[in-house]
Design a protein around this ligand. Structure first.
Ligand code: PLP
Ligand code: COI
Length: 344
């Protein structure tokens, strides 16, 4: 069924920001099981003052987008992978995570409840879905909670970096580490993002979009941005992206590796020495929020490595962006069955 009574928003100029969109759904794990969940219009939740998420950072989240196709179908993209990653985050922080079936049905439920907020096809906007998993049981000794809340909210969004498919500049931040080699980098832990705020804000204060982090052991290898993975494209058509236990396993990057191989790139997921930055013809930030954000230049040890002298996206990032978004918006045949229709 097509979307009914869509809200009136300026869809083409939506920021990537919070706005109150209808309904969120909340499930509680208590006494060894998940409850049926409730739909709520409330933007607040009462919580025990000794909840483990508040004191000890037992908190993880996910991010995925829902797209309206040209024919009015509502499509999700690789939700199963988000479910698996939340389970991984849960294991890393000793939290009970929702099984994949519950995760998927919660996403479908919240999308259905907020169908009026799904941005129209052709505006470039999407409905961002933010699943959150937090320890809500009380503890003062440091140990896992006995109660968890799984909450899913949605917000219609535009692009994360500036306006649309526009290049951004990065700073290689050698003064901070995002995540330790055997630490929490592969989890989508709330604390990783708190730890990245200084770097992002400092980059922004200097006129750059984001910080690019190096590995915390040797500070020699590229890891990722505060909120996206990194890839570089060499002049001889190699798609090069860092492999590290400390980075988030980006679903966008996974998808791009497959699409890039289909498009004739050779794909290298490996340790990437920071000196290689000078060898790329183009570079990109990729993630659900970032989609692909082409990188105009990277400041490294006081000198800018410039990829896009005219400030316009390059042909490689453009081709990859078009291939990915065509699939997500249902414009291209989905030969890997990455999209799934949600009946609204
Ligand atoms: N890396 C970090 C640190 C992120 O926050 C994100 C965003 O989700 C990504 C990478 C990209 O992951 P995905 O493509 O699954 O959204
Ligand atoms: C996403 O791309 O979903 C992210 O999680 C980035 C976000 C922290 C803004």
């Amino acid at each position: 069924m097509p979307i009914r009574d869509r809200v009136d928003l300026d869809w083409k100029s939506l920021p990537f920001g919070y706005l109150k969109a209808g309904i969120n759904v909340r499930y509680v794990w208590r006494d060894g099981k998940w409850d049926e969940g409730v739909e709520s219009e409330d933007e607040y939740m009462p919580m025990h003052i000794a909840a483990t998420s508040l004191h000890y950072g037992q908190a993880a989240f996910e991010g995925l987008k829902i797209y309206e196709a040209k024919d009015g179908r509502v499509l999700s993209f690789r939700v199963e992978e988000n479910a698996k990653r939340m389970q991984h985050s849960g294991r890393m922080m000793m939290m009970e995570a929702p099984p994949s079936q519950l995760f998927k049905s919660a996403v479908q439920r919240v999308v259905r409840a907020n169908q009026r907020y799904i941005p129209p096809y052709g505006t470039g906007a999407a409905l961002y879905v933010r699943p959150l998993l937090i320890g809500t049981g009380s503890r003062i000794g440091v140990r896992p909670a006995d109660e968890y809340t799984f909450l899913v909210l949605t917000v219609p969004v535009g692009p994360y970096f500036k306006s649309g498919f526009t290049p951004t500049k990065l700073i290689v931040d050698e003064t901070r580490d995002r995540a330790a080699p055997q630490g929490m980098g592969s989890a989508k832990a709330g604390g990783n993002y708190a730890a990245g705020m200084c770097g992002t804000m400092e980059a922004k204060s200097k006129g750059y979009g984001e910080a690019l982090y190096l590995d915390a052991r040797e500070h020699r290898y590229i890891e990722e941005l505060g909120a996206a993975n990194f890839f570089g494209i060499t002049p001889d058509k190699r798609y090069v992206t860092p492999k590290s236990p400390a980075i988030l396993r980006s679903i966008t990057n996974m998808s791009l590796r497959t699409l890039a191989a289909d498009m004739g790139y050779s794909v290298e997921e490996r340790i990437v020495p920071v000196e290689e930055l000078t060898q790329f013809a183009e570079a990109g930030a990729c993630g659900t929020a970032a989609v692909i954000t082409p990188i105009e230049a990277i400041l490294f040890r006081g000198k800018e490595i410039i990829y896009l002298p005219d400030g316009k996206p390059g042909p490689h990032c453009t081709a990859l962006y078009n291939a990915l978004t065509a699939l997500q918006f249902g414009d291209a045949p989905d030969k890997y069955s990455w999209t799934e229709e949600i009946e609204v």
